[in-house]
Design a protein around this ligand. Structure first.
Ligand code: ADP
Ligand code: MG
Ligand code: ZN
Length: 627
C-alpha cells in the first residue's frame, strides 16, 4: 500500500484531537502544581472551614482565579504542619474576609504568563490543523468521480442504502416458513446457476415480493437468500426513499441500482415498499409528487436492466393491497411469496432455532411453549426467549426454567408486571370480576380451559384470567364464539350479581369492546344470525385515503338497524346466561374469591378441581349457549 503524506495527515487528526485534550488538561494542572511542591493530599472544603474555625490554618495560597488553594495547616492528629490542596467552591466571596479576620497569611497567584501564551497557542493550533485536515479531506475525495466530493449534491452524497458483502444468514436460520423457503430456494438457484435457466430460454424473474405481517421473518429470508447464494445484500427501507427534498428519493434509487449493477450478482432488498409503492394518484390532494417520482424511477430502473444480469430485487410489505398495480406487473415484482405467522409446528421449529444459543434447563419443553403461544410471530418468539434469558440472569439462575418462560410469555402478551393491590374493596371486586370470567370459562363446554387466574396486575389490566388456547383452530364454530362472548361477559356479570347495578366498574370496558366486536362479526361477516348467510361488511381495515373513503356500506338503513338488533340480542342473551351462572354458583365463587385474594394466583387445574367439588355436571356435559 502506498502511503501518501495526505493519509498521514488524515490519520493523525484523531491523535491530535486526543493529544489536545490531554495537553489542555495538563495546563490546568501545572498552574496549580506550581509552588505546591508537596501538596499532593487533598482536603475537603468542609474540613478546611473546620480547620479555619479551630485556628489550625497558618497560610493560604490561592491559585487558579481563586478556585484552588494550597493550605498550610496544623494536622489534628500529630500536630505537624501539612500542605494540603483544597478545591474551593466557585462562590466563596466571604472567604477572603474570613481569612483576614482570622489574621491568616494569604496570597493570590495569577496563572503564569508563559502558561497563558502556550494555552493561547494550543487553542489556535488545533483549529488550524483541523481546517488543514478538512481541506485535504475534501481535495482527496473530490478526485474520485461521482464520490462524495460533490458534497452539496443531495442524494448523491448520502447513500442511505446499506450493503452487506456476506449476510451470514442461511435458510437454516429461518424456520416455520417452509413454503416460502421452497419458493425462494429457486431464487438462490437463479443467482448461483443462471445458465441452467437461460440455456432453455427462460427469463429469470427480476423481483420477488414477500408479503406478510411484521416480524414473520421477511428481512431474515431475504438475507438468507443472499447468504445461501453467497452474493452481496443491498438493502434500503421504502421510507428512506421518501424525503423532504424533491428528487432525493429518485436519485437514491438511481444510486442504489448503479451500485448494485457494479456488484452483480446481488440482491437488492427494499423493505416496507408500500411507503413508496402506494397507488399513484391516491391520497388527499392528489398524492405526493416526490413519492410518485421515486416510484417512477424505481419502475424505470427495474425495466432498465436485463432480466439476466444477476440482480434480483426482493421487496417486503405487509400491505400488498395498497401497492400500485404497475409494480405487480410481469417483469417487475411478478412473484409473490406469502410469509405467514407460523402455526404450532412452525413455532416449535423457530423456537428450536433460537434455543440454539440459549441455556435451557432439561425440564423445558419447547413443545409446550409452542402450544402456549398461538399468534406469536418469529420475532415475538425470539423476543420471548430473550426475555426469559434476561429474567434468568436477573434471578441468578444457571439455566432458563419453565418459570422464566411463563413469566416472559405473560410479559410479552400482557405487559409489565405491576405491584398487587392492597387488600380492600376494590381488590375484592377485581377478584370477583376475574373469577367471573374463569367460572364461565370452566362451566361452558366450548370455552377454552382456564390456565390461571391472577390478581397480579400487568400492563393495563388489574387482574387477568388466562385461557389455554385450544390449539390451532383455523375454524371457529358458532357455539365457540358464543362461549367466548359469554366468558368475556363473565367479569361484568359477577360485578353486577354480587355488588349490584350501582357498583359495576369501568374495568369491564375492554371486555365489552371485544364482546361487541365478536357479536357484530357473527352477524355481518359470518352469517351466524337470523339475518342469514350474508356478508355485510368486509374486514375492518384502515381506511386507505383516497380510495376507500368514498365507498359506502353495502346495505340499506333497514338492514343496519336489523344488524344492531341482532347484535343486541346475542349480547343480551349471553349476558343473561352469565349472570345466571353467577347466581347459581355463588357459593363456589365466594370460596374461589377468598382463595384468590389469599394466594393472588390460582392455576387452572386447582380452579377446575374446586369447581368440580361444587357441581355434579361432568365436564363433557357442561353448558352450551344457544340462541
Ligand atoms: P420482518 O422483516 O418480517 O418484519 P424480521 O425478518 O425482521 O421480520 O424478523 C425479526 C427477527 O425475528 C429476526 O431477526 C429473527 O431473529 C426473528 N425471526 C422472525 N421470523 C423468524 C423465523 N421464521 N425463523 C427464525 N427467526 C425468526
Ligand atoms: Mg423487516
Ligand atoms: Zn374482564
Amino acid at each position: 500500500m502506498k502511503i501518501s503524506w495526505r493519509t498521514i495527515v488524515l490519520w493523525s487528526l484523531p491523535a491530535l484531537v486526543i493529544g489536545f485534550f490531554i495537553w489542555q488538561g495538563a495546563f490546568a494542572q501545572t498552574a496549580v502544581n506550581m509552588g505546591n511542591n508537596a501538596a499532593r493530599t487533598r482536603m475537603s472544603y468542609g474540613r478546611f472551614l473546620d480547620y479555619l474555625q479551630a485556628d489550625r490554618v497558618t497560610s493560604v495560597d490561592l491559585y487558579d482565579g481563586g478556585r484552588t488553594a494550597i493550605v498550610e495547616a496544623v494536622d489534628e492528629l500529630n500536630n505537624q504542619v501539612e500542605r494540603l490542596r483544597v478545591d474551593l467552591p466557585a462562590n466563596s466571596p466571604d472567604l477572603i474576609s474570613r481569612l483576614r479576620e482570622a489574621n491568616i497569611n494569604f496570597d493570590s497567584h495569577p496563572p503564569r504568563s508563559e502558561g497563558a501564551v502556550w494555552g493561547l497557542l494550543g487553542n489556535l493550533i488545533f483549529p488550524i490543523l483541523l481546517i488543514v485536515g478538512l481541506f485535504f479531506l475534501f481535495r482527496r475525495s473530490s478526485n474520485v468521480p461521482g464520490g462524495p466530493g460533490q458534497a452539496m449534491n443531495f442524494g448523491k452524497s448520502k447513500a442511505r442504502f446499506s450493503m452487506e458483502a456476506k449476510t451470514g444468514v442461511l435458510f437454516d436460520d429461518v424456520a416455520g416458513v417452509d413454503e416460502a423457503k421452497e419458493e425462494l430456494q429457486e431464487v438462490v438457484t437463479f443467482l448461483k446457476k443462471p445458465e441452467r435457466f437461460t440455456a432453455v430460454g427462460a427469463r429469470i424473474p427480476k423481483g420477488v415480493l414477500l408479503v406478510g405481517p411484521p416480524g414473520t421473518g421477511k428481512t431474515l429470508l431475504a438475507k438468507a437468500i443472499a447468504g445461501e447464494a453467497g452474493v452481496p445484500f443491498f438493502s434500503i427501507s421504502g421510507s428512506e426513499f421518501v424525503e423532504m427534498f424533491v428528487g432525493v428519493g429518485a436519485s437514491r434509487v438511481r444510486d442504489l441500482f448503479k451500485k448494485a449493477k457494479e456488484n452483480a450478482p446481488c440482491i437488492i432488498f427494499i423493505d416496507e415498499i408500500d411507503a413508496v409503492g402506494r397507488q399513484r394518484g391516491a391520497g388527499i390532494g392528489g398524492g405526493n409528487d416526490e413519492r410518485e417520482q421515486t416510484l417512477n424511477q424505481l419502475l424505470t430502473e427495474m425495466d432498465g436492466f436485463e432480466g439476466n444480469s444477476g440482480i434480483i430485487i426482493i421487496a417486503a410489505t405487509n400491505r400488498p393491497d395498497v401497492l400500485d398495480s404497475a409494480l405487480l406487473r410481469p417483469g417487475r415484482f411478478d412473484r409473490q411469496v406469502t410469509v405467514d405467522s407460523p402455526d404450532i409446528k412452525g413455532r416449535l421449529s423457530i423456537l428450536n432455532v433460537h434455543a440454539r444459543d440459549k441455556k435451557l434447563s432439561n425440564e423445558i419443553s419447547l413443545d409446550a411453549i409452542a402450544r402456549r403461544t398461538p399468534g406469536f410471530t418469529g420475532a415475538d418468539l425470539a423476543n420471548l426467549l430473550n426475555e426469559a434469558a434476561i429474567l434468568t440472569a436477573r434471578r441468578r439462575k444457571e439455566a432458563i426454567t419453565m418459570r422464566e418462560i411463563d413469566d416472559a410469555v405473560d410479559r410479552v402478551v400482557a405487559g409489565m408486571e405491576g405491584t398487587p393491590l392492597m387488600d380492600g374493596k376494590s381488590k375484592r371486586l377485581i377478584a370477583y370480576h376475574e373469577v367471573g370470567h374463569a367460572i364461565v370459562g370452566t362451566l361452558v363446554k366450548e370455552h377454552d380451559p382456564v390456565q390461571k387466574v391472577t390478581l397480579v396486575p400487568r400492563g393495563q389490566a388489574r387482574g387477568l384470567t388466562w385461557f389455554m388456547p385450544n390449539e390451532e383452530q383455523g375454524l371457529i364454530s358458532r357455539s365457540q364464539i358464543l362461549a367466548r362472548i359469554t366468558g368475556a361477559l363473565g367479569g361484568r356479570a359477577a360485578e353486577k350479581v354480587i355488588f349490584g347495578d350501582a357498583e359495576v366498574t369501568t374495568g369491564a370496558g375492554n371486555d365489552l369492546q371485544q364482546v361487541t366486536g365478536m357479536a357484530r362479526q357473527m352477524v355481518t361477516r359470518y352469517g351466524m344470525s337470523d339475518l342469514g348467510p350474508m356478508s355485510l361488511e368486509t374486514q375492518q381495515s384502515e381506511v386507505f385515503l383516497g380510495r376507500d373513503l368514498m365507498t359506502r356500506s353495502e346495505y340499506s338503513d333497514e338492514i343496519a338497524s336489523r344488524i344492531d338488533a341482532q347484535v343486541r340480542t346475542i349480547v343480551e342473551h349471553c349476558y343473561e346466561d352469565a349472570c345466571q351462572m353467577m347466581r347459581d354458583h355463588r357459593v363456589v365463587i365466594d370460596r374461589l374469591v377468598d382463595l384468590l385474594i389469599e394466594k393472588e394466583t390460582i392455576d387452572g387445574d386447582e380452579f377446575r378441581q374446586i369447581v368440580a367439588e361444587y357441581t355434579d355436571v361432568p365436564e363433557k356435559e357442561r353448558y352450551v349457549p344457544v340462541i
